[in-house]
Design a binder for this molecule. Structure first.
Ligand code: HEC
Length: 198
């Protein structure tokens, strides 16, 4: 073998080794993220449920983490005190005394999911409880349990995000929340004044 081809072989090996190690590290991160997303119950609210005749209500995994469907149903009932919430037929719409909130699409579709989100945006939104992680943005509304996620270790949040970016993208434009702007403004003012209690 000529010196030159030996050299280029050595260069190829040197390049391939870190790439393989990187791919392995990403695979490990995604696997841990999958575990954490299952453990965190994200499918409970972010995957539309269907009624299985034998098993009862179950998340429809063919629409995994795609959020409340664009044409999905609202809860039929009205919230009457002392109840504070009614969950809609697909477990992705939530009627509360102040309005109706929908679970967003967490798949990596660029336009309707989190495909255009950076890891920083995801981590900041979970840490701060503000929409898209912006310090002056509106608070993330209930029942999203961001308070629990805000305590997650950095590596765990990175793993969850890596997993969410790896799942099949589903195009589904989740409707806007039906919450009056003045209610959002009031919640924002309260959050600006004091961070949400855990
Ligand atoms: C009890 C229901 C529920 C569970 C469980 C839940 N979510 Fe949510 N999530 C919601 C709702 C409702 C919203 C919409 C909140 C809003 O727009 O203010 C939301 C919003 C989000 C957002 C968007 C935040 C933003 O900046 O607007 C992300 C990201 C998210 N959830 C990730 C997760 C992950 C990851 C898990 C699992 C660890 C999870 N959610 C579990 C109901 C839930």
């Amino acid at each position: 073998m000529q010196i030159r081809s030996l050299l280029s072989l050595a260069a190829a090996v040197a390049l391939a080794a870190p790439a393989a190690a990187r791919a392995q590290a990403v695979e490990k991160l995604v696997k841990r993220g999958a575990y954490l997303v299952r453990l965190g119950g994200c499918n409970d609210c972010h995957t539309p449920w269907k009624l299985d005749p034998k098993r009862g209500p179950v998340p429809d995994m063919s629409r995994m983490l795609s959020g409340h469907s664009s044409d999905g149903p609202d809860p039929a009932g009205k919230v009457v005190p002392p109840d504070i919430g009614i969950i809609g037929p697909t477990f992705t719409s939530f009627a509360m005394p102040f309005g109706i909130v929908y679970a967003p699409n967490l798949t990596p579709d660029r336009e309707t999911g989190i495909g255009a989100w950076s890891e920083k945006v995801f981590i900041q939104s979970m840490r701060t409880g503000r929409h898209l992680g912006g310090a002056r943005n509106r608070p993330i509304l209930p029942p999203m349990p961001w308070q629990s996620l805000s305590e997650a270790e950095e590596g765990d949040l990175k793993a969850m995000f890596a997993y969410l970016k790896s799942i099949p993208p589903i195009r589904n434009k989740v409707p806007e929340h039906k919450v009056p702007p003045e209610v959002i403004a009031q919640m924002k003012a309260a959050a600006d004044q004091a961070p949400a209690a855990h």
